[in-house]
Write a protein that binds this ligand. Structure first.
Ligand SMILES: Cc1ncc(COP(=O)(O)O)c(C=O)c1O
Length: 354
């Protein structure tokens, strides 16, 4: 039986060719290919500065360090996201303060942010989960009122509306289950020249010139390589086609799932310019549905646990909205190169579920 994996994406001839070219030119570590990749991303996002990083997690930590988030500071994070968002804040030494998500969507409930702000709060990290856009207008107004930094986690939202370009810094991931991928990788987008310069320093141990070296600030090695950037350039060419296919895939599921009472699509608002990166559902009896699909050669993936389950973060409180997603959320097979026939097989299998 041909197994349908939960995510399908492609790498091929264009990536191979660019990587071979980079190696032939001895562009191995971070150099001109990374600079070209940064310039193309900046142009595509309509921002003046993009700083590449070794992962989306590294991009977030770089942004926090560049914006001077320090031990003792508090950083507000939604209770539903990949744990990387909270870990970046914790690695910067900050205390993670969790806020619940909206009742109908797994993104930050901006109306609950104010009640979590204290004298120590320094930053808010909204997460545009699965391409769903957080209300940045309302959030920016709160941030401005309290003098807080806003760092967007747009790891799952490349080219979804204006995700990642409406704050001090927008952080993106280039890991495999993303619109485009370099295997591992990430980047920060910013409108601020000063922030971009700081990000570059933080990316290389606070050193602007590794030959004539001066120590300026705390940093680390967060660099992407030209080999990865070569893959990224080829992947960027694929982005427009992928976006169309992902929207079509989402619509195919939307129609097919409509009559099934035990699965409910977690919506992405394509009319508002959101790009559905994944196909996510809330599911009664999630484990049974996963097993039913597995027996038919279909891989699905349960949602990550809510962040307040990570006891070491010290996130206390009640998060009733997040809990529904954490306990019932499921990724169905998707991805830019998932064939439509596979979606039909998934829908057929779901229709056979009793
Ligand atoms: C919402 C979110 N934030 C952050 C990250 C971290 O990115 P990376 O895996 O590239 O470190 C991811 C990656 O999956 C993510 O989905």
């Amino acid at each position: 039986m041909h197994v349908i994996s939960w995510w399908r994406t492609q790498f091929g001839e264009p990536e191979t060719k660019r990587v071979a070219d980079a190696i032939a030119r001895e562009h191995i570590s971070q150099g001109p290919v990374t600079a070209e990749f940064e310039a193309r991303l900046a142009e595509a996002l309509g921002v003046p500065h993009v700083v590449a990083a070794s992962s989306g997690s590294a991009a977030m930590l770089m942004a926090l360090l560049a914006l001077d988030i320090r031990p003792g500071d508090e950083v507000i994070v939604p209770n539903r996201t990949w744990i990387a968002t909270a870990h970046a804040a914790a690695m910067a030494g900050a205390k993670v303060v969790l806020v619940d998500v909206l009742p109908h969507l797994p993104i930050l409930d901006v109306s609950q942010v104010r009640s979590k702000i204290t004298a120590r709060t320094k930053a808010i990290m909204p997460v545009h989960l699965g391409g769903r856009l957080v209300d940045m207008k309302a959030l920016s107004a709160i941030a401005q009122e309290y003098g807080l930094r806003v760092i967007e986690d747009a790891a799952q939202a490349l080219f979804s509306g204006n995700a990642g370009v409406r704050s001090d810094a927008g952080c993106f991931s280039l890991s495999v289950a993303k619109l485009i991928s370099t295997g591992q990788g990430g980047f920060v987008a910013t409108k601020s020249k000063e922030t971009a310069e700081r990000l570059k320093l933080v990316r290389t141990h606070g050193v602007a010139d590794v030959i004539h070296c001066t120590y300026t600030r705390l940093g680390f090695n967060f660099r992407l390589t030209d080999i990865q950037a070569s893959i990224g350039l080829a992947q960027l060419d694929r982005a427009p086609g992928r976006m169309e296919r992902m929207k079509a895939l989402y619509s195919r599921y939307e129609t097919g799932l409509a009559g099934l009472p035990f699965v409910k699509l977690i919506p992405v608002d394509m009319r508002a310019g959101e790009l559905p990166l994944y196909v996510e559902v809330l599911c009664d009896d999630r484990e049974k549905v996963m097993e039913h699909l597995r027996l038919r050669g279909i891989q699905s993936r349960p949602f990550y646990p809510d962040l307040n389950r990570a006891g070491y973060l010290g996130g206390d409180g009640e998060f009733p909205n997040a809990r529904v997603f954490g306990e019932r959320g499921l990724f169905l097979p998707c991805g830019p190169d998932q064939p439509p026939e596979n979606v039909d097989r998934v829908l057929e299998a779901l229709r056979a579920f009793q």
